[in-house]
Design a protein around this ligand. Structure first.
Ligand code: AGP
Length: 619
């Protein structure tokens, strides 16, 4: 997820674009850059730097103390997916003649063959990114397009796979920008004598509230006087202008009062983007792999080390990795791991899960593992962070920046990322054939749609949340992969609503916790599918009857059509049927919403819970 801004108008474009980037920093902030077309064209002035936008500001002040004149410019603030955050990998990217400048939001799945094709024809690429290939391809397409930038971009888009919003400037076309959209957002701002392009309206809402949302597979050309929209074949298409009724603060949160609420809604895209590019049709590929297949094949023990929500995704991963590889998996809280002198050797794989990639407990755990000669594979949401840098292999989740302290979309992304790792291990060890890996991957690809379905039916959860906001405690029960979901639901309630909440394996109830059940106590039960694990379903049905008989107020998350559970649920939230190992992707969402709504009902700041930090960089 990155921030994109384009401007054509009658004002000095650089400051307009920089201000827009500052409004979009929440979308990505590991590097940023601008390209300005000088008056009369003929030159693209590009400045880009790693780090926050103030680094770019300092570079501009040093390199261009009088500013960069020009009324056409593009700008980008990056959340790295391919290539660490460096000056070189920052956008905009140029072709070899510095005629074409491109900024990109998304993931070009087939960038590797396109890169190889360019290099085979003598093109030297300056960065490690997927995005740069577009600048070279557009420049190459210009002659055949008769110098028509939009036609050249249309031709290139026909070759791209994945998710992309692209904005392109050409040195010979001051006063014109061209953009394309597939799967990543792009919106126009239509002003008087000026036109904007952006990832979202926050970039221009202070200048104009007249906007147009670009549709799938559409190309737009903008000038100061307006815009033209076509499909990828060049056929004009009708668009629907709209009026932005959000103020700036709300615009940055997509109209929600808190980033976390917006990030809950972004979960389908977070899962979809995390999967992009990791399956080549017959095998799983990681982002960085400094382990060869034989080393993976030799793995005879897996430890998963993580903290908090990441630890819960590790508990789910255990089920998948053991089921697919028959390799024993231990899931450990990172803060405990190295102090218990674990048994590690060269054939041990330690999987470190961390959205920030900076959590000191997890970082020290992998350092201990490497001292014991174990191999380390990191699953991380932050490209270039310390934990992936100190690992032998990396798979990045691509949830985009998560501003809310409470993890939501990074958790769902970790669930699929850990299963990609499980499949990669299974294919290396031969415990899964290529067609079986393909089937599991296809099941994951179907999940964003199912997550969207759940997001569409959570309104009753919001009402329920307000009804139980005054409870003194809430218990959460689950079995199998439903137990980590119960733990995650309890953690969300603790960290957001400061309420006592506890997750248990449902089978553990009779060994003590059932003494906690009293009249009216809310108990959330995460039901397994009656199809996937019928025995577990029957046992959990008994557990629900036991607690209901003792006065519990049962809130049940169950699969659509699970009629057996209905008589015992005071409140029933139905989620789509999924494969057992992927069910946490749909059963977790109502619990996230429940916790966020209870916190709001209690008047707390959902994005900044007390005593917590987004990244815990101390032990
Ligand atoms: C989750 O909602 C919490 N914010 C916290 O438990 C978090 O998951 C934990 O600190 C691990 O952070 P990491 O993923 O950045 O390593």
């Amino acid at each position: 997820m990155c921030g994109i801004v384009g401007y054509v108008g009658d004002r000095q474009a650089l400051e307009v674009v920089l201000e827009g980037l500052r409004r979009l920093e929440y979308r990505g902030y590991d590097s940023s850059g601008v390209a300005v077309l000088t008056p009369g064209g003929a030159r693209l002035v590009v400045e880009k730097r790693a780090g926050r936008i103030e680094n770019l500001d300092k570079a501009l002040a040093a390199e261009h103390p009088a500013g960069i004149p020009g009324t056409t410019a593009i700008g980008h603030t990056r959340w790295a997916t391919h290539g660490p955050p460096t000056d070189r990998n920052a956008h905009p990217h140029l072709d070899a003649t510095a005629s074409v400048a491109v900024i990109h939001n998304g993931i070009i799945e087939n960038f590797a063959p396109l890169r190889a094709e360019l290099e085979a024809t003598g093109t030297e690429l300056a960065s490690e990114t997927d995005s740069e290939v577009v600048a070279h391809l557009v420049a190459r397409a210009m002659p055949a397009a008769g110098g028509d930038l939009a036609a050249a971009l249309r031709q290139v888009c026909g070759r791209l796979e994945g998710a992309f919003t692209l904005v392109v400037a050409h040195k010979d076309e001051p006063g014109r920008l061209v953009a394309a959209r597939r799967n990543s957002p792009l919106v126009l701002g239509v002003g008087k004598g000026e036109t904007f392009l952006a990832s979202d309206v926050a970039a221009f809402v202070e200048h104009t509230r007249d906007a147009v949302e670009l549709g799938q597979d559409q190309i737009v050309e903008i000038t100061a006087d307006g815009y033209t929209v076509t499909d990828f074949a060049g056929t004009p298409v009708a668009v629907s202008p709209f009026r932005v009724d959000w103020d700036l603060a709300a615009a940055e949160k997509g109209g929600y009062p808190y980033f976390m609420l917006k990030e809950i809604q972004e979960q389908p895209a977070a899962v979809a983007d995390t999967l992009l590019g990791h399956f080549t049709g017959d095998r799983i590929v990681l982002d960085e792999q400094r382990l060869d297949t034989q080393e993976l094949r030799d793995v005879d023990k897996v430890f998963v080390v993580a903290c908090g929500t990441a630890y819960h995704s590790g508990l789910i991963a255990k089920h998948a990795i053991e089921h697919w590889t028959r390799v024993p998996v231990e899931v450990e809280m990172a803060s405990e791991f190295r102090y218990r002198d674990p048994v590690l050797d060269r054939d041990t794989l330690v999987v470190a899960i961390s959205q920030s990639g900076e959590t000191m407990d997890t970082l020290e755990a992998i350092r201990h593992a490497r001292e014991q000669k174990a191999r380390v594979l990191a699953i991380c949401n932050t490209n270039g962070a310390q934990i992936p840098r100190e690992s032998d292999a990396v798979l990045y989740t691509r949830a985009g920046p998560e501003i809310g302290v409470a993890a939501t979309k990074t958790f769902l992304a970790q669930v699929v990322a850990t299963q990609l790792v499980g499949l990669a291990l299974a294919q290396a060890k031969g415990t899964k054939y290529g067609d079986e890996v393909a089937r599991e991957f296809a099941a994951m690809e179907a999940m964003p749609e199912l997550i969207s379905q759940v997001l569409g039916v959570v309104e009753p959860v919001r009402e329920l949340a307000r009804d139980i906001a005054g409870s003194k405690a809430v218990l959460f029960l689950g079995r199998h992969v439903g137990y980590p979901v119960a733990l995650e639901g309890a953690l969300k309630l603790k960290e957001l609503a400061y309420m006592h909440a506890e997750g248990f394996p449902a089978g553990e109830l009779k060994h003590g916790p059932i003494a906690l059940i009293e009249d009216g106590l809310p108990v959330v039960v995460v039901m397994p599918s009656p199809h996937g694990r019928p025995v577990l379903h029957a046992k959990l049905l008994s557990n629900i009857q036991e607690i209901r008989a003792r006065g519990a107020r049962t809130i049940v998350i169950a699969e659509d059509g699970d009629t057996a559970v209905r008589p015992y649920a005071h409140h029933l939230v139905e989620v789509p049927r999924t494969p057992t190992l992927l069910s946490p992707l749909v059963t977790t969402v109502p619990l996230q919403v429940l916790a966020a709504e209870i916190a709001q009902a209690r008047g707390y700041d959902v994005d900044k819970p007390r005593n917590l930090a987004k990244s815990v960089t101390v032990e």
